[in-house]
Design a protein around this ligand. Sequence first.
Ligand code: GRF
Length: 194
Amino acid sequence: MIKFLGTNKLKTAVFISGNGSNLKNLIEFSLFKKLPIKISFIVSSNSNSKGLNFAKKYKIKSQIYKFNNKTKDENEILKYLKRNNISMICLAGFMKILSNNFIKKYSGTILNIHPSLLPKYRGLNTHRRAIENKEKFSGCTVHFVNSKLDSGKVVLQKRVKITNKDTPKSLSKKILKLEHLLYPKAILKVISNF
Ligand code: GRF
């Protein structure tokens, strides 16, 4: 299943739904900072995703799948991935839930980044919930994707202090910065274990 390119770069797809700052960061790490992956396919579940601009800018093949017919869309994606020898999938702000069938096919090679210290605060509104619960720390987690939401094995985590001035917005900004450091590191760690 794992296929490195001649140049030792692992062909990777990134799935997004929104702003795509993690996508941009991963593209730049792969192009300019020697992260040994080649992002060769971008899936967006949202036709207005700002992240699609980075696909254009860096001339990476992208495709919109709205997942209205999940089975059909997933089958098409799987076909594309297979035909193009894409071995790893990075979810980055991807707001759809992949089926078990899809996950099984790429078992052990789908990663996700989540803006909390998992297993705390799976799902949505992580920052608001962490602040309401008066947590002293929050952070972000890169984990393998399994059939349960935000529950796969943790690859790496990074934490940050929550101050009493923090709002969900300020915390989200702080954590996003950490995400941009953590995701490339986690990918490196996973790849070196292949
Ligand atoms: C990130 O906080 C990520 O952890 C979460 O959604 C946000 C996506 O940000 N799942 P971006 O689209 O990468 O800018």
